[in-house]
Design a protein around this ligand. Structure first.
Ligand SMILES: C[S@@+](CC[C@H](N)C(=O)[O-])C[C@H]1O[C@@H](n2cnc3c(N)ncnc32)[C@H](O)[C@@H]1O
Length: 350
């Protein structure tokens, strides 16, 4: 029998800017193929760097929505010499802005807002501005809002915060705080985290790089206490609001850098079965954070949520030197049609 080579299932890109805006890389293959590629890429990257059994890898979780899922767009505004204003993507820093009328991976209400953004931003740009970075965002309900012109323009009043309703909790976020970009897949991530075999009613859950408090709030009923540590003061304020509005009395929010706050907190905590979650920015963990996590005595489980497989792989090498063994790897397709992939890893102290 002749075995034919597998021919990728070609798909016609749906967006006229595919290939030039720098956002999507996979509109020209089927979603099935995209998922398989992301899964196999992650397995090969991680197993090359650290010792992980293939049984530890769970199949990638697809996104319920493969278009219209992003709740945030970052756009560039450039004022030309003749005073005309361009708003769009800037894939290459020096090249002209690529003007867009819609972004097909953004939530539809964001795309519908772009003409209004053009009007409002053009009217607001001061005479001496040549360029501005604009952030446009929305949530489950309410309006689309934007900022980026003027020092406090990303700060929103409480009444204007965005929110998402997830597993029985309403979580607020703002223009100047991080929040997960794909709201459609977030409940599934919450269910997966809650189903991990780590929870203990006596334990403290340390939600490090905790942002506006999402993960600690989602698991607060599975542990004795939650401690959220976050350096962005605006995120800290909204995390406090989220704890208050959800009526929780076992969640504490601590401002500051992990590297400074964690040493005092963790070794004072009573149970040796404490659970730590880390969800750092794309660059991953600092050397100091890795050293701290490797020196923890009162933690048995470490959950690592990463949006960057490269920094994850490097950090897993560092953590394996501190007796953290990788037990479970769960890729999730938070960013369909793009090269990016989110990964949840469960590590256990040897
Ligand atoms: C990827 S976000 C995760 C936020 C949150 N876990 C969520 O899912 O919404 C990373 C967060 O870590 C914060 N951060 C970055 N470096 C930090 C550090 N050294 N110490 C504490 N927080 C930090 C950022 O401000 C940001 O809110």
């Amino acid at each position: 029998m002749i075995v034919l080579p597998q021919i990728p299932h070609e798909v016609r890109p749906v967006c006229p800017h595919f290939g030039s805006c720098g956002g999507c890389q996979h509109q020209d293959i089927s979603y099935h193929e995209e998922l398989r590629n992301k899964e196999s890429g992650l397995v090969s990257l991680l197993t090359q760097k650290v010792s992980i059994s293939l049984d530890a890898f769970s199949p990638i979780v697809p996104s319920p929505q493969i278009y219209h899922y992003r709740n945030r767009l970052d756009l560039k505004l450039v004022k030309r010499r003749d005073g005309r204003v361009d708003i769009g993507f800037s894939p290459e820093r020096k090249a002209p802005v690529l003007e867009i009328e819609a972004c097909l991976i953004a939530m539809e209400k964001i795309s519908r807002f772009i003409p209004r953004l053009r009007l409002e931003a053009s009217g607001k740009i001061p005479k001496d501005y040549r360029m501005a970075n604009l952030t446009v965002r929305c949530g489950d309900g309410g309006d689309v809002r934007w900022g980026g012109i003027g020092r406090r323009s990303l700060r929103l009043a409480e009444a204007d915060h965005f929110y998402t309703d997830i597993l029985g909790h309403r979580i607020y976020y703002s223009l100047d705080t991080f929040f997960q970009a794909n709201l459609s897949i977030l409940p599934e991530l919450g269910r997966i985290i809650r189903a991990l075999p780590v929870w203990d009613k006596e334990a403290v859950f340390f939600d490090l790089y905790g942002g506006v408090g999402l993960f600690g709030i989602l698991v607060h009923d599975l542990v004795a206490r939650v401690v959220n540590i976050e350096e962005n003061v605006h995120a800290v304020r909204i995390a406090e609001r989220n704890v208050r509005d959800n009526g929780l009395n076992n969640v504490e929010v601590l401002p500051g850098r992990i590297e400074d706050v964690l040493p005092k907190m963790l070794n004072n905590a009573k149970s040796a079965d404490n659970i730590v979650m880390i969800d750092p920015p794309r660059a991953g963990l600092s050397d100091k954070a890795i050293r701290l996590l490797n020196s923890l005595e009162r933690a048995r489980h470490l959950l690592y949520l990463s949006c960057n497989p490269q920094s994850l792989a490097e950090n897993l090498v560092g953590l394996s030197q501190g007796h953290w063994a990788t037990k479970f790897v769960q890729p999730l397709d938070f960013f369909p049609r793009t090269r990016h992939v989110e990964t949840l890893v469960l590590l256990q102290r040897n």
